[in-house]
Design a protein around this ligand. Structure first.
Ligand code: AMP
Length: 175
């Protein structure tokens, strides 16, 4: 467990919900954090301090959008949306990834990024790492550089960081 002192208040606003959305999952509910102006701004400030030179911020649907949009606005940068299948209206890149049972995929508009871009990829939670890994693949498909990944909560027991290998990831708090 790693909670830096400046994020203790924000951490206190995360609600643990057992057996949601299915039995055995301990869901990290960030809605109390979002509802609290200090907790939300402390979380955004921490994530936004790990741009590592990025000129665009990419968010993963759906809770990643919230942090990514706030970081992009704070730094006056463009925002890129990595969405669930079938949501984006124009030509997309697609990456499929494995879930516990079955597959899911993420899509991004083909014109969202190019080789001149350097990207901060943002999500709320790093669990097994499959989602973040798919996001990094979408970004690199375009020739863009991955500057960094940033998540607010890393669930260390699920070993997502190992799965991500050498991909850089900043986690605000580790539980
Ligand atoms: P994973 O691909 O296993 O790393 O899962 C990460 C994605 O699933 C993120 O987009 C999270 O929003 C969501 N997620 C996975 N596990 C949890 C959890 N325990 N609490 C909240 N969100 C989770």
């Amino acid at each position: 467990m790693f909670i830096p002192p400046h994020l203790e208040y924000a951490f206190s606003k995360i609600a643990d919900v057992p057996d949601f959305p299915k039995p055995g999952i301990l869901f990290k509910d960030i809605t109390p954090l979002l509802q609290d102006k200090k907790a939300f701004s402390d979380a955004v400030d921490d994530l936004a301090s790990h741009l590592n030179g990025a000129n665009k911020v990419a968010g993963i649907e759906s809770r990643g959008f919230i942090f990514a949009a706030a970081i992009a606005a704070k730094h006056n940068l463009g925002l890129v949306l990595l969405r669930k299948p079938g949501k984006l209206p124009r030509p997309t890149h697609v990456v499929q990834y494995q879930l516990e049972y079955g597959f899911d995929s993420l899509e991004m508009h083909q014109d969202a990024l190019d080789k001149n871009d350097s990207v901060l990829l943002v999500d709320d939670v790093l669990a097994t790492g499959g989602t973040l890994l798919a996001g990094t693949e979408l970004i690199t498909k375009t020739g863009a550089k991955l500057a960094n990944c940033a998540v607010f909560i890393e669930i260390s027991a699920l070993n997502g960081r190992n799965r991500l290998g050498s991909i850089p990831v900043h986690s605000s708090i580790i539980v």
